[in-house]
Design a protein around this ligand. Structure first.
Ligand code: SF4
Ligand code: SF4
Ligand code: SF4
Ligand code: FES
Length: 972
């Protein structure tokens, strides 16, 4: 287990500098060489000399305000601050002299004379840098009393649900302000007032909750005192040990130190050595973990014959035996293919691997699918076709070398916040930004000191037309990288594609009436991506080719042409030579924490782990030998096909681990009808989610805090998920799958999750070098990780050659979606995420994050609202050909006329009642992002919402009856 003794990470005072030139200096007689630009403080720390400090920390640029870090330098007058003084060749530095001791004690006296001396009752007692420094400088008395003006009675701001601001303890070191600016990029804090009156202020003297603050916690992390303090620490006291683990939310995959008291989490501290996040976090990972111990957790297995029956709590053995007997009965009656399984991108790699192993080995078919079907399956197909493998090509850090960032169909500041902050930092340093999105996302207009050079506010569903028009501009204006293409790409596919893309019908002028983006804007954006200038020419790229990186999300994949858009992105990157080195690349931003991993682990019906087709007899033979079974060579049913088959009567049983298909899949009423038609649904989850209401067996799942395993983030990075508390239901999820497989007659024997990864590594060439031990030693590894790669795996893919050999260009003909606006449905409906909630909301809705987003709203442009007599906050009915629902309106110019938008974090919102069965041609990924709707003012919930509320109430009563009978049994 990655357990560490609880202590603060070593802080070297100022950030590391990169330079080929080293300077050598002497600090207290020790010689040290550091990169040019390093501070004297950092050089000293690297030589093992810790200079006292308060306003400096190595995650922030030095500020030089506290004057505690003074040093003496031979040949220099005065006592310079070591944090702001650059190390120079030949410098001789003294950090401990009687004069320096006096000066530092004087500084500390001044701080302490305006600081409450309540250390024993202070929540930061034992974890306070002010306290530490008082000790380090040898403070023994304070000559100035409290009689003069002070801040000791200043009022606390407790508005943020997770942390407090106690100004009486503030030493005005500015670390919080700098953290908010430099790390998070929100600029929510300022120091208001001057001199003695200066104080930290969120916004214009607002409370933290009312300000622009997004509750990332960077300021809390940076604060050296208890001024900004987690409420859990105030309540529970200091932790006594910590464990390294990985966030259970988005695909950034931030590393955290879970600081613990016994089995209780005291706080989650972003891990400084976590390569995905480097010590930063967002509100979800840092604070929204309370759901793990929420009272709604179901911790006892339950069964029932019909979904109209009350639940009955039973032993694990009875629940597992019942589930297995039902699956066997159904297969005996309806055939081998009548059952299947679904895994989730919220599951670990090991859990996902076991579910597909159970389906293929114990059910004897390939009816296994994952929620990646409904998000990034087009990425798998598109990148697989173009480059030979389905994965992001870069590390997140790679963006530090990017000159032009192209964001399409993604909203990183809300959906991938820690990477969003990294991207904003690079943009503040001068990288150029192109955003292609139907909606004005925060990167366009709400990020201080950032300006999108071009926002292509296209009509939903026209990504392919825009991307192909950009390629048209690049090749017709001779901006392509012909050398790269000739060396690295398949020329036959290039020539076919070139002929296609040059056609006038693909020009920005020909497509602007379709896309809604002016030809001039498309031309400028294409030139910017290819040359680094909006008016760049072939001469510019001949002189210098900039690094262009593309980041995309579900706004690309969840379309009827999702896979085509991915291919168009792949084409763009290849023609500009932007694949195969740092700073460039094609980067799918994965929605959930383990989307990459769930795809890697073979959870699609046609692929075994490592993206190998089930029809390949050599591959099958490896798995058959290891698993001791015979595998079906025919691909199984995809998720939507399972639902269709259920409605048609041929698919009757489902094992669903960690996924809530009723809320997250399109056309909710069709999904519900499919589930109602089945005879045995086994749901394994931590809450009685929407899908569980249709279940016959409920197996308690475990949260990320209760199990061991690995997650793979959007960089292909495998990080450890580490158990910090026992599973509430008694078993980790992988253990439950093992029990079920054994009951079904397929023996599985693992004593620890690491053994499952060992098996994955044995069977999967790209994972051959992966093991828990290696991940723990290195912090994380990136696949491919085997004998052909460096020890920690490959950071950048396709260097020198593509995985498939030569990069393949693919024809990307724009085909309009069948989902068209009509007189009956004149608006286009699209969906997205918000920072404070996550996916179906099952976790974040059970936290204080509701303070920021208590309901889903329908965003509508003022013109469309006015046409319909809709005021801000009015209830509006949204109707599509699939169904209707009711939300409150939010009138905003972020939308374009003709397009409405909502988030989908609350089940009662019914966003997927609206979405239809239309899907991507290649992968069946639903076309969530384009639905033709009408929106009108209404006064009551929709028919679906009324039915949903009644059904939910009944199901809650059936659950209550199980709990009541348990209470009665327990009382006897
Ligand atoms: S929590 Fe984050 S966003 Fe809020 S003030 Fe602190 S650093 Fe800024
Ligand atoms: S709140 Fe903390 S970090 Fe911010 S200025 Fe005050 S003491 Fe420094
Ligand atoms: S939700 Fe994503 S960005 Fe936020 S802490 Fe977790 S992994 Fe990091
Ligand atoms: S640490 Fe250098 S001036 Fe504060």
């Amino acid at each position: 287990m990655l357990e560490t003794v609880l202590k603060r990470d070593r802080d070297l005072g100022t950030p590391a500098r990169e330079s080929k030139n080293l300077v050598t200096l002497t600090v207290d007689g020790r010689e040290i060489s550091v990169p040019e630009g390093s501070s004297v403080m950092r050089a000293a720390a690297e030589a093992g000399v810790n200079i006292p400090k308060l306003c400096a920390t190595d995650s922030l640029e030095p500020f030089g305000s506290c004057r505690l870090c003074l040093v003496q330098i031979d040949g220099r007058r005065g006592y310079p601050a070591s944090c702001t003084t650059p190390a120079e060749e030949g410098m001789v530095v003294h950090t401990e002299t009687p004069k320096l001791h006096d000066l530092r004690r004087g500084v500390m006296e001044l701080y302490i004379s305006d600081h409450p001396l309540d250390c024993l009752t202070c929540p930061a007692n034992g974890d306070c840098e002010l306290q530490d420094m008082a000790g380090v400088v040898g403070l023994r008395n304070v000559r100035y009393g409290y009689e003069g003006a002070n801040h000791l009675q200043d009022t606390k701001d407790e508005s943020n649900p997770y942390f407090t601001y106690d100004p009486s303890k503030c030493i005005v070191c500015n670390r919080c302000v700098r953290a908010c600016e430099e790390i998070q990029g929100t600029f929510a804090l300022t120091i208001s007032g001057k001199g003695f009156a200066s104080r930290v202020s969120p916004g214009q003297n607002e409370s933290f909750l009312d300000s622009e603050c997004v509750s990332c916690g960077a300021c809390v992390q940076a604060c050296p005192t208890s001024t900004l303090q987690e409420k859990t620490v105030i309540m529970l006291g200091q932790a006594e040990h910590s464990v390294i683990t990985t966030c259970a939310y988005c695909g950034v995959g931030c590393g955290f130190k879970a600081e613990m008291k016994g089995n209780q989490v005291v706080r989650m501290v972003p891990w400084k050595d976590g390569k995905a996040n480097e010590g930063h976090s967002c509100v979800k990972g840092r604070f929204a973990w309370g759901y793990a111990t929420h009272k709604d957790r179901i911790t006892k297995p339950m069964i029932r014959k019909a979904i109209t029956d009350p639940w009955r709590e039973v032993s694990w053995d009875e629940a597992i035996a019942y589930a297995a007997s039902e699956f066997k009965r159904i297969q005996a009656k309806y055939g081998r293919s009548s059952v299947g399984g679904i895994t989730s991108s919220r599951c670990t790699n090991e859990e996902t691997y076991l579910v597909q192993k159970l389906v293929r080995g114990a059910f004897g078919n390939n009816n296994v699918d994952t929620c990646a079907r409904v998000c990034h399956s087009p990425t798998g197909y598109g990148l697989g076709q173009a480059y030979g493998t389905s994965a992001g090509t870069q590390t997140f850090k790679s963006i530090e070398k990017t000159d032009v960032v192209l964001v399409i169909g993604a909203n990183p500041t809300d959906a991938h916040p820690v990477f969003g902050s990294r991207m904003k930092r690079r943009l503040r340093q001068g990288a150029k930004l192109i955003v292609i999105d139907p909606r004005t996302i925060d990167l366009v207009d709400k990020s201080p000191h950032i300006r999108a050079e071009h926002h292509l506010k296209l009509r939903p569903g026209t990504n392919v037309a825009v991307l192909t028009a950009m390629a048209h501009v690049i090749v017709t204006e001779e901006l392509q990288d012909s050398t790269y293409i000739a060396e690295r790409c398949d020329m036959r596919s290039f020539n076919d594609w070139l002929e296609f893309v040059r056609k006038p019908e693909n020009s920005p002028e020909a497509t602007e009436s379709t896309t809604g983006v002016s030809a001039a804007t498309v031309r400028s954006a294409a030139r910017l991506y290819a040359t680094g200038k909006s008016n760049g020419t072939a001469a510019d790229v001949a002189a210098h080719r900039p690094n262009g990186a593309i980041y995309y999300g579900l706004g690309v994949t969840e379309h009827a042409q999702g896979a085509t858009s991915v291919m168009a992105i792949a084409n763009l990157a290849m023609i500009t030579g932007n694949i195969g080195r740092e700073g460039v690349g094609v980067n799918p931003l994965r929605g959930q924490n383990n989307v990459q991993g769930s795809c890697d682990m073979g959870s699609f019906p046609h692929e075994l782990p490592g993206y190998r087709h089930v029809s390949d007899s050599t591959v099958r033979a490896d798995f058959e030998a290891e698993w001791g079974v015979t595998l079906d060579p025919e691909p199984g049913l995809r998720l939507p096909n399972m639902f269709d088959a259920a409605v048609a009567g041929s698919f009757r049983g489902l094992y669903c681990e960690g996924e809530d298909v009723v809320q997250s899949d399109p056309d909710t009423q069709h999904v519900a009808a499919a589930l109602m038609a089945m005879e045995c649904i086994v749901v394994q989850d931590i809450f009685l989610n929407e899908t569980a209401q249709y279940a016959h067996v409920f197996l308690p799942g475990s949260s990320f805090l209760e199990k061991d395993g690995t997650f793979t983030n959007a960089e292909r990075r495998l990080s450890r998920v580490t158990q910090v508390m026992p599973p509430q239901g008694g078993y980790a999820d992988w253990q439950v799958t093992v029990k079920l497989a054994n009951a079904l007659g397929m023996p599985m024997h693992y004593s620890h999750a690491s053994e499952i990864m060992d098996e994955i590594a044995r069977l999967t060439p790209t994972f051959r070098g992966v093991s828990f031990k290696k991940i723990e030693r290195l912090g994380s590894v990136q696949w491919p990780c085997n004998d052909d790669t460096p020890e920690g795996g490959l950071e950048t893919m396709h260097i020198g050659e593509f995985v498939r050999g030569k990069g393949r260009f693919l024809i990307t003909k724009y085909v309009p979606s069948d989902e068209k606006v009509t007189r009956k449905y004149p608006l286009l409906f699209t969906t997205g995420r918000i920072l404070s909630q996550y996916n179906v909301g099952a976790q974040t809705r059970r936290t204080e994050n509701n303070a920021w987003h208590p309901e889903d709203r329908l965003e509508i442009h003022p013109v469309d609202a006015e046409d319909r007599g809709i005021n801000d906050g009015d209830w509006v009915g949204i109707e599509s050909r699939a169904g209707s629902t009711v939300l409150r309106a939010l009138i905003t110019e972020r939308m374009q006329p003709g397009v409405v938008y909502t988030t989908f974090h609350f089940p009662e919102s019914g966003a997927n009642v609206i979405t239809t069965d239309s899907s991507d041609w290649a992968t069946n990924c639903p076309e969530y992002k384009v639905t033709a709707v009408q929106v009108l003012p209404v006064t009551q919930p929709s028919e679906w919402q009324r039915t949903y509320s009644r059904f939910r109430r009944v199901q809650e009563e059936l659950l209550e009856r199980a709990r009541d009978s348990e209470a009665l049994t327990g009382a006897k």
